[in-house]
Design a protein around this ligand. Sequence first.
Ligand code: ADP
Length: 333
Amino acid sequence: DIVSSEPESDAELAFEGALRPQSLAEFVGQQKVRGQLELLLTAASMQGRTADHILFAGPPGLGKTTLAMIVAHESGRPLRMSSGPAIQHAGDLAAVLSSLVPGEVLFIDEIHRMARSAEEMLYLAMEDFRIDIMVGKGAGATSIPLDLAPFTLVGATTRSGMLPNPLRDRFGFTAHLEFYETSELEQVLVRAASMLQLDIARPALHEIAGRSRGTPRIANRLLRRVRDYAIVTGEGAGIAAVNAALELYDVDELGLDRLDRAVMNIVLNRFDGGPVGLNTLAVSVGEEAETIEAVVEPFLVRIGLLIRTPRGRVATREAWKHFGLTKHNQGLF
Ligand code: ADP
């Protein structure tokens, strides 16, 4: 999927790696979060201690991994990368924690998907830099305490609501990343275009930025498809190439992708605008409720097509207009 928010190939991962800003100053947008991080890192470095644990929350592709790398880079500390799905037993986490060097930054992506037993070990590790390792089984089992080197945990999650409170409370700072403004994505694209050595006019970049679902990862991806189009047609990368390439890949004027449109289609056509419950919606489009809630809905809500109510998801007047439809039982309720 051209607009799926996860990296879709090794080539894309490599390109993303090359594009990652290395410092807070180069990181575009998220002004508030940048200011907060700056203060937190400066204070820690002035006092010569490790920074507080940090949680980045928000939809995929908004810069959580990039910020984790910046935290390590700006504080001159080594970085260890792991992820929730890779930590399926407390032992997996114990192995990582016990091998950290003093001051290391430990990044755990998708931290909400870590095993429960590991979560409990993490509480103690975050608070006291200590873990208890269980040895033996049954009546003879004992726990051996192990001191850890001080570290900074940086967690990333698309679903902060899924984290148990004791874990959430142990982060000194939680940053909620927001979707980017078009002008900010344009800045991201200027940099990417220069790395691709792509000669592209500013209005064309503006057009791509406006159709990138507020997400830097998607902006960079669409830019590469426009570049392909320009190379193949020999037309040059102008507005016409942008329109043609994005149409080819099914990205509409608002940047909605196939799944966004499927969700809106169900709410509007099958449920006459809603309310529809999350699970019903997920089943109807054949996706996991988690994906709908963490990836699809936040953007639809942000651009004003959908609202969440206690009774379910409801399409807005804007949604009816955008899709050129009218409500059937208008006025009945
Ligand atoms: P996440 O971890 O939230 O899924 P990433 O940090 O992997 O997102 O970012 C995805 C891509 O978007 C990377 O190539 C990254 O360089 C780029 N990117 C994200 N945020 C920014 C930003 N604020 N400025 C410039 N590039 C960004």
